[in-house]
Every structure is written in structure tokens, then in C-alpha cells.
Design a protein around this ligand. Sequence first.
Ligand SMILES: *[C@@H]1O[C@H](CO)[C@@H](O)[C@H](O)[C@H]1NC(C)=O
Ligand SMILES: *[C@@H]1O[C@H](CO)[C@@H](O)[C@H](O)[C@H]1NC(C)=O
Ligand SMILES: *[C@@H]1O[C@H](CO)[C@@H](O)[C@H](O)[C@H]1NC(C)=O
Length: 458
Amino acid sequence: MRTAFFALAFAALAAATPTSTPKRRSLALSPAGTSTPPSKDAFYDAPSGFQRAANGHVFKARPVWTPFDSEASAAYQVLYKTTLATGGDAVTAATLFAPLEPVSPPRIMVLAAPIDSACRDCEVTFVLHNGSKSNATDFLLKSVAIDIFAGLHKGWYVAVPDHEGPNAAYIAGVQEAFGVIDGLRAMLNFPNILPKTDDYKAVIHGYSGGAHASAWANQFLPTYGSELNVVAAAYGGTPVSVSFDGLASISGGGSFLFWGALVGLSNAYPELDHFIRHQLFPNGTEAFEAARSLCNTQLGEYLGDKSLVSFFRNGAKTFTFSTALKYSKLGQLGEPVKKDISPAATTDGIVRRPTLMYHSSTDDIVPYAPVPAYVESQCKQGAKILFETAPGLTHTTAAIMWTADAYNFLESAFDGKLKLDKCQQKTGITTELGTDDFVAAIGQSAWNLIQSQMQSAS
Ligand SMILES: *[C@@H]1O[C@H](CO)[C@@H](O)[C@H](O)[C@H]1NC(C)=O
Ligand SMILES: *[C@@H]1O[C@H](CO)[C@@H](O)[C@H](O)[C@H]1NC(C)=O
Ligand SMILES: *[C@@H]1O[C@H](CO)[C@@H](O)[C@H](O)[C@H]1NC(C)=O
């Protein structure tokens, strides 16, 4: 269902993008059209001495053509300074977009994409430019396209970071948080896209794997991003609990997400990597490497209906060993993260920005069950969360149905009109799909894309 949805949407995206030359006259350089993947592209390499730079410092930049040219006055890839989950210095990339008609003072959306892969060549900056031969394209591009069009339409600057960092640390929440937060700093540090930062406001947005990164960034803002003016966050289909226990029972369908997560966490934490490698049968080692070289759905095909737990010498018992438990614990959103495991910054696990969370109670991919308890626990600790739920939607459909609510929420935060003094819960979606209000909330290009995707999927 999910694969088909995004594959069919590809044609829709092409159709929604005008062929006229974009308004990008101010660029001196001609945009790069490289189809060289990040692992072979020197642009992604850290320059010497990068360790001395401040987080978010931009080392390199190049203009790129993207499928969003019709709604952007410019788009650049930048390479910026960030921090590894284990505390070391690192660089990662982001694609930064300037809208045709920027709102003043500037409004910035950091869009965390559902990269959902532990392979470096599946990261989102590579996907987002014309001529990219990324294997992730069919899946990832479609899911971010609606948001990029919507954000640009509203006159917002949009930053889409490779938040998994240089090691493709998928589901490593600490790494994702640093990648997202430094992605915002990179935008603030890059005048070619954002000429003046005075009185800027920023928001964070993402769905599914992108919601995971957004939620982790949200809870790390008070420490790792304390100087940043982030006024709200909106995310849905959020994985609030990622534990290895699930691996024992998973096969088929979404197994690539679990396998990718285990490999992504191992990419972030050498101790876990070492532990896992010693636990695997040769077929497990092969599958481990596959997750590092294949994008999400490709990995799904590779895994087929193989039993993931049969890759391990100790079977399900593997996940009861102390190293496994240590990192499994790190998969719980809202739990404090201390200095021993995250030396660069800690978190008490509480979000302190007004936040919209949305999740269908019948989500078929990311479990709904742990979400209400997470929200309740946050609210008890003083978080301000608007939690919207509705029955009857799949994971993919819910992303579409809540689009207008998400943008209305973020816009009222930008406008300073958000009334969320304490937590609120709501059943149902406020702005219904296809109404004039829905289209107005996201703009015509995003709406065209949704319409074609729905036609293709039905
Ligand atoms: C980039 O791709 C979009 C659609 O995918 C297309 O409309 C646009 O013309 C392309 N830009 C260039 C310069 O090739
Ligand atoms: C895409 O996948 C194919 C098949 O696994 C692989 O040979 C190719 O190198 C991949 N391309 C990129 C850009 O990752
Ligand atoms: C992996 O190898 C082990 C040991 O040879 C075997 O028991 C298991 O069934 C294999 N798993 C898969 C999915 O092929």
C-alpha cells in the first residue's frame, strides 16, 4: 500500500511542476546537477579543521535545481557543522529553499524528512535535486514534496537537513535532534538564502520517521538549541517507542523499518555495532551490510519475509543482553538522556514548545498504542501539546488528511495567535480535506499534488 502510494505519486509530482524556467536570475553560479551519490561526492567531505567551527557553521554551498523550482526563488545544498550522538564533531548537509515571496520578518520551517534508511546514499539532500539517481526517490521525494510546496507557498524559508548525520544514523534520536537543530542554524548562517535573520521565527515539522527526528529535536531544544527562536512544532505518525523486542516478531511488510533502525543505531553507536556484529550469523552480517547500501523499500525487497530474529545466534535472547537493553532504552521518547550516553547535550525528555501531535488510532505502520500515554506523561510535566486523533486512517492517508491542520497550527504560532496554555485533545480533523480552507492552508501546488496522489492511489 505504502510503496504503491508513493510510486504512483511520482507521475503526479512531475505533472504538478511547471516546465517554465524558474525565477532564479540572481544566481551567479549555475546549479549543480550532479548524480554522484554522497558516498562518492567530495562535497559531503568535511574540510580540514572542521572541528573548530561552531555548530551550524556552513563550510560549503552550491546552488541546485530541484523539482520545487516553480515555488522557490533559490535552492542550495549546504554542508554544515554538527555533533555526533557520541559527542564528536561532524558535518552533514541540508537543502535550503527561499520562497518566491518571503514573509517579513522571516519564517523558517525545518522539515525533517522520513529518510527511513541507514544508507548514506539514501539521505534526503541527494534525493532533492534534479538528476539525482537516488534509489530512495520513489518513496521519499513524494512524502516531502507536499510540505516543501506548502511551506514555500506560505512565504516560509524551508530547510531540509540530512538529520541522520554523516553515518546515516536512522532512529538514533540524539543524532537526529542535533542534525535538525544545526540544520536551522545552517539556515541562519547562510545569507544567500536568508539575507536577514532579524526577528526570525522557526518551526519544526515532520511525519513518521521525520516525526521521530522532529520530536527528538523538540526535546533537545532547551539544551542543544537554547538560543534558537523555535515557536512551535507539528508532527504526526510519531514513533514514540522504538525497542528491539519488536524485532523478534517482525517479518515481511514493515521489517525494513525495524532492520534499518537497528543498523541506523549501530551506525551511531560503535558499542552497539560491535555487540550486534558478534551476535549475527553470516546471513545476518549480509543483511546488516544490505541495510547500509540499500534504501528503505529496496531493503524491504531484500528482506522479503525472512525472520529477522533468525539472523542472531542467540535468537530473541539477544535483546535481553545489557548492551541491547541500554540502547533499546534510548529508543523511548520522553525519557531523560544523561551525559554518560550523550556527552554533547542532555535532555529531561520534556518538550517546551507548543506542539501539535496527530496520529490515527488505526495506524497500520507506526503503533498508536504508546502515543496517548506519552502525551499524558508530557502534559503532567508541563508540556503544551495539542493531540489530535481519528480512527479509520492508514499511516499514509493520515499524513495527507492532517496537512491543513498542521499548517494552520504552525501559521498561528508564527502569527503569535496560538492559544495553547495547556494540553488539549481532539478527536477528528479540524480542516477537512478538499475544502476551500484546506486548499488555502497549503496552497495550490501542494493541493494539486495531493489530488493526483489520491487519484493514483484509489
Ligand atoms: C528540475 O525538475 C523539474 C521537475 O522535476 C523541472 O520542471 C525543472 O525544469 C527542472 N529544472 C532544470 C533546470 O532542469
Ligand atoms: C541503487 O541500487 C542499485 C542496486 O542495488 C545499486 O547498484 C546502485 O549503486 C544504487 N545507487 C545509488 C545512487 O545508491
Ligand atoms: C540464517 O542462518 C541461520 C544459521 O544458519 C539459520 O538458522 C537461519 O534460518 C537463517 N535465516 C534466514 C532468514 O535465512
